[in-house]
Design a protein around this ligand. Structure first.
Ligand code: NDP
Ligand code: GDR
Length: 327
């Protein structure tokens, strides 16, 4: 039975990846932080097969302990402070977790492997936010990195540190440069879920308006369930490498509003949507769209769910959830 350790297992991707690996017959260990983290119980209820271990990416001794218990064949480092907007307000903490946490995890994994560096494979959750002020369209593995936020800068550090461990120690360490991916498990602070939840509540008469920031931003949005498969495929390759994972199609926030509101039969959303400068970023990433040709040809990966199906699925999930909450 192969063994995997996932950091960030209580997050959107961690949950999908854990289910995916368990379906494949893996024994899955999950790193959960904090002494009374409410997500520990939620994870246990959702996926009881996961073996939960306590640790924190900022505490290398906890990572060394967790690795010695889990004895993984594969490590998926998904843990991070992942909300871009928050990263300006907590730039130092974001660097500690999202940047130096990667170094801690790589170093703990190297120590765990000892002389047999090939006994473990490592996945790093890199991000399209590293392209920031994108220097070419679409973005590939060779596009210049130009991050625009403390989060983006932290991810660049983790990305290059992963490459450095690969090149210095011969570690099988790969980075997935993932573009935005969403699902009903997406945190409500991110724009897709914020919109789908508000649309559900507006259609049920529970909310009157939805305040947003930059409506012209464009993103390449895919489904998280499709994207975790790419993480696994990277670690099954004979050699480690970096891959862009994206759908190749971008949409604006206005397109997102069109699809979400039309799912509940509202064609003109202008009377419900207001603009609030509090949601504008100090330096926004205006537009991102990825070219995942390399992943398609080398990994045989491709996304299955398109943008309208994804957003409609999220709205329908939120409708059902809100109905239960008000019952
Ligand atoms: P989430 O924000 O949903 O999950 C983040 C996870 O990191 C949570 O499990 C959180 O734990 C954990 N975490 C936070 N701080 C620490 C810490 N100090 N020590 C250990 N764990 C910690 O993110 P996603 O699932 O959406 O993303 C997964 C990864 O992929 C992240 O690294 C993200 O930056 C990256 N990424 C995501 C993309 C996306 O579109 N979703 C695109 C590209 C990259 P807790 O529950 O306790 O807060
Ligand atoms: P992003 O996702 O920053 O791309 O990072 P988010 O959904 O937060 O923002 C996308 C775009 O929408 C614009 N926007 C708003 N965003 C939020 N959150 N709230 C609003 O009210 C709002 N109005 C407009 C933003 O300005 C932005 O342009 C996500 C995270 O998952 C990262 O961890 C990951 O690395 C990247 O995707 C790829």
């Amino acid at each position: 039975m192969p063994r995997a350790l996932i950091t960030g297992i209580t997050g959107q991707d961690g949950l999908y990846l854990a289910e995916y690996l368990i379906d494949k017959g893996y024994e899955v260990y999950g790193l959960v932080r904090g002494q009374s983290n409410p997500r520990r119980e939620i994870l246990h209820r959702m996926i009881p097969e996961v073996k939960i271990l306590t640790g924190d990416l900022t505490d290398i001794s906890s990572l060394i302990r967790v690795l010695s218990i889990a004895e993984p064949d594969e490590v998926y480092n998904l843990g991070a402070i992942s909300f871009v907007g928050y990263s300006w307000e907590n730039a130092s903490l974001t660097s500690d977790v999202t940047a130096f946490g990667v170094l801690n995890m790589l170093e703990a994994t190297r120590l765990y492997a000892g002389r047999d560096i090939e006994k473990v494979r490592f996945y790093q959750a890199s991000s399209s936010e590293m392209f920031g002020k994108a220097q070419e369209v679409p973005q590939t593995e060779r596009t210049l990195l130009w991050p625009r936020s403390p989060y983006g800068v932290a991810k660049v550090y983790g990305h290059y540190m992963t490459i450095t461990y690969r090149e210095s120690y011969g570690m099988h360490a790969s980075s997935g440069i993932l573009f935005n991916h969403e699902s009903p498990r997406r945190g409500p602070e991110f724009v897709t879920r914020k919109v789908t939840r508000a649309v559900a509540r507006i259609s049920l008469g529970l909310q009157q308006e939805l305040a947003l920031g930059n409506l012209d931003a464009r993103r390449d949005w895919g489904f998280a369930g499709d994207f975790v498969e790419a993480m696994w495929l990277m670690l099954q390759q004979p050699t480690p490498d970096d891959y862009v994972i994206a759908t190749g199609r971008d949409h604006s926030i206005r397109d997102l509003l069109d699809v979400a509101f039309s799912t509940v039969g509202i064609n003109d959303w202008s009377e419900y949507v207001t603009r609030d400068p509090a949601y504008l970023r100090l330096a926004d990433v205006e537009s991102l769209v990825g070219d995942s040709s390399k992943a398609r040809s080398v990994l045989g990966w491709e996304p299955k769910m398109d943008f309208p199906s994804l957003i409609s699925m999220m709205v329908n999930h939120d409708l059902a959830e809100q109905k239960v909450l008000v019952r």
